[in-house]
Design a protein around this ligand. Structure first.
Ligand SMILES: [Zn+2]
Length: 461
């Protein structure tokens, strides 16, 4: 009789998907991105709150963004777990090489045609499994995927100020109320700093150090807010970024790149995006492919790739959108097309192997270890970690949970086998489709069925 009651109780809990024990309440996830936060920005300025976070949670030495190291492509890799060639958000600038349309970064944020290329971001995958999600200014959160929108999405105005500390705190207050009063399960929150200051002033400046102090205060405020809203035991937080920043080399210290010196862009190229940091793309005019490639090959301080010869480690060559020629400047050189009109003192878009392009990863909350220093990893592996924390079946992705699961507390049951069939390094290319997260707290249907079958046997007895 006692056994029967136990089985009934267990079967009911499994069928309703409630936690197996009160000690393991349902957890929520907040993903925060501070755009352009280079991996070492906390090392030349006092950051008491970030320091405390390392004690209370997980800090990676650094993480590597995908090629190409720009805001939209990198953020979309984090939220999809897919390489840029698969999700095909291949620049910050939305473009059409045939019509010569070019739409700057902030104007793409409500354009589904730019983001919805058949890959589902985490919000939609989570929503399809019953979770409630929101995006607060996060790139890609403001559009629809296969006609499906994020439950709640706030999109930045084009002229939105990036550095308003009061607004930063208000945004945190709003997100906390979404979790505590409206029971959202996943929120992604984006801040445009320290990227803006890094571009305008350069990464090695007092202004950049000031904005890091401001971010540090904001993290202190975030932790107070989590406490105030009673979310300490239920909210996991990941803080990361999309790329680093490097100082742009200027005359007279170097001879800056002016591409028109080496090839006549008007006669050799029908489409180009240049004058945009260290990464450029170009469509040669018909019959001019070899001439354009040879001319660029002779230009100093850059590397030109034919699309089909792009190194596999870039994970760019399969992109449908990418034009036939890709140009990557040496670290610190800007790709000026015709004149030097470029005012940025810092920039990104350079090779993701450069240390200046590396970025940050921090995490804390009920499922993360404390005082845990993680080895460097590729940002693509954040996606399966987020699926694990949310207990959802991941969509096909290129990441590997094996890379990040050591950050989690051992009390968390692990999957019996590593779900990915790909390598566990940053070069993983094989898609992972699951299984889901090892039944962390939710029972699988098969367990419920087994218990029900056992129950019927005992009832008959
Ligand atoms: Zn930027």
């Amino acid at each position: 009789m006692r056994l029967e009651l136990f089985l009934v109780a267990t079967a009911v809990i499994c069928a309703t998907g409630k936690p197996l024990s009160e000690a393991a309440p349902k957890t929520k996830l907040l993903l925060i991105s501070f755009d352009g936060f280079r991996w070492d920005y906390d090392q030349d300025v006092e950051t008491p709150n970030l320091d405390q976070l390392a004690v209370d949670g997980v800090k990676a030495k650094y993480i590597t963004p995908p090629m190409l190291t720009m805001t939209s492509p990198s953020h979309f890799t984090t939220i999809t777990g897919r390489w840029v060639e698969d999700h095909d958000v291949v620049h910050n600038m939305m473009y059409d090489a045939k019509t010569n349309l070019k739409l700057p970064h902030k104007l793409t944020m409500t354009k589904s045609a730019w983001w919805d290329n058949g890959v589902l971001p985490l919000w939609i995958t989570a929503q399809n499994q019953g979770l409630k999600t929101a995006s607060f200014h996060y790139p890609g959160g403001g559009v629809s995927y296969g006609g499906q929108a994020v439950h709640r999405a706030l999109v930045e105005d084009v002229n939105h100020p990036d550095d308003n500390e009061t607004e930063w705190r208000q945004n945190i207050d709003m997100v906390m109320s979404w979790f505590s009063e409206e029971d959202f399960d996943l929120v992604t929150l984006y801040y445009g700093e320290p990227d803006s200051v890094g571009h305008a002033k350069g990464p090695e400046t007092p202004e950049r150090r000031d904005i890091i102090r401001q971010i540090d205060r904001t993290i202190g405020y975030l932790r107070e807010a989590i406490n105030h809203h009673g979310l300490n035991d239920t909210l996991n937080v990941i803080i990361t970024s999309d790329h680093g920043m490097t100082t742009i080399k200027k005359r007279p210290k170097v001879e800056e790149i002016v591409l028109n010196k080496y090839l006549n862009l008007l006669t050799l190229a029908s489409f180009e995006i240049l004058d945009y940091g260290g990464f450029g793309i170009l469509t040669p005019r018909p019959g001019k492919e070899q001439e354009a490639f040879d001319a660029l090959s002779n230009a100093p301080n850059l590397t030109v790739y034919r699309k089909h010869e792009i190194p596999e480690s870039f994970h760019l060559a399969k992109s449908k959108r990418l034009p036939p020629l890709v140009v990557v400047a040496d670290l610190g050189f800007n790709l000026n097309s015709r004149f030097i009109v470029y005012v940025n003192k810092g920039d990104h878009g350079f090779h993701n192997g450069e240390m200046d392009m590396k970025t940050i990863f921090r995490a804390f909350g009920p499922n993360f270890k404390k005082d845990f220093l993680a080895e460097p990893f590729d940002s693509i592996h954040i996606y399966p970690l987020m699926c694990k924390l949310l207990e959802i079946q991941p969509a096909p992705h290129n990441g590997s949970l094996a890379v990040t699961e050591d950050m989690l507390l051992p009390a968390v049951p692990r999957p019996t086998s590593e779900p990915t069939t790909g390598p566990t390094t940053g070069q993983a290319t094989v898609l992972t489709t699951g299984p889901p997260n090892g039944g962390w707290r939710r029972c699988s249907a098969s367990v419920a069925l087994l218990l029900a079958a056992l129950l019927s046997v005992f009832t008959v007895m």
